[in-house]
Design a protein around this ligand. Structure first.
Ligand code: PAF
Length: 289
């Protein structure tokens, strides 16, 4: 596996493959790789001639400086893991390499980024769009892989690709969970054992609420999940929204859409965790669009 730190060197390495018409898969990551990332990486390696995994903690998507400072960084261990599954290139640039000057681009995603994560983390998705578009311009991937845990991010990336006419296929990969049900996340590294057990109640509550579909109102479902989690000492729900899976706008009735998803953000101590559950997904694929 090549470990490449500069854009020029990466372009030089990839060009012969492009010339030969080889497929290039990209998995953008912020490192601290866990099994959730590795599911994306393995799919990417399996589906492409060349696989590129970027490892870069992107400063422009952190609206909270402390969160950026505390974000775990383990690039040596990450590269060893990537090599073990047959990745072609780990792209590990510095902040100066990716942002030689400030990125002043402002994206407009309409209502998609006004809700949920966008509401509580202003500027977050603009930063995600800045770095992901740069990576797409640099790597020129055939396919790019994103986890469904970041449900809203996946919708925003799809919208960005449409707006910018970037010729890449966006692939959504299902959430990977720990045995307890807790969605895998790099932030789980910051949880104590006790917090980890408590955090498993997030998905347990979401799962229990699946029985509410068509039986109880949306309001009752939201209250059930929120109250159940908030009752646990050390957990605090920041938001739990039940939305149309395509527009991400809240629904008020189960019949309002054939594609309904519940998206949640919960503080476990000072660690912010997100998760989601697909309540209705008729005729929709979360995979390739
Ligand atoms: O999902 C993430 O880890 C990040 O938002 C991404 C897509 C790598 C962009 O920095």
């Amino acid at each position: 596996m090549e470990i490449i730190r500069s854009i020029t060197a990466l372009d030089r390495f990839l060009q012969p493959f492009r010339d030969e018409g080889k497929s290039i898969g990209l998995v953008p990551t912020m490192g601290s790789l866990h099994e959730g990332h590795m599911a994306l990486v393995k799919q990417c390696v399996g589906e492409n001639d060349v696989s590129v995994v970027s490892v870069f903690v992107n400063p422009t998507q952190f609206n909270d400086k402390e969160d950026f400072r505390l974000y775990p960084r383990n690039s040596e261990a990450d590269c060893a893991l990537l090599e073990s599954v047959g990745v072609t290139v780990a792209f590990v640039p510095s902040v100066e390499e990716m942002y030689p000057e400030p990125d002043t681009r402002v994206f407009d995603f309409g209502m998609l980024d006004k809700v949920m994560e966008g509401r509580f983390r202003p500027g977050h998705f603009n930063g995600v769009a800045q770095i992901v578009s740069k990576l797409f311009y640099i790597v020129k991937p055939t396919k790019a892989y994103f986890g469904e845990k970041d449900f809203q991010q996946l919708a925003i990336v799809r919208e960005m690709v449409k707006q910018l006419d970037i010729p890449v296929e966006i692939v959504g990969v299902p959430i990977v969970r720990e045995a307890s049900g807790l969605a895998m996340s790099s932030r789980n590294l910051r949880l104590s054992e006790e917090q980890r057990q408590k955090a498993a109640e997030i998905y347990r509550s979401l799962l229990l609420s699946a029985d509410f579909v068509g039986e109880k109102s949306i309001r009752e479902t939201i209250d059930f999940v929120t109250n159940r989690i908030n009752q646990i000492d050390g957990l605090r729900v920041e938001y739990f929204d039940i939305v149309n899976g395509a527009t991400l706008q809240p629904v008020s009735d189960w019949n309002e859409s054939t594609y309904i998803v519940g998206c949640i953000a919960v503080f476990c101590g000072d660690v912010r965790l997100i998760d989601n559950i697909s309540y209705k997904n008729l005729g929709k694929s979360n995979d390739v669009h």
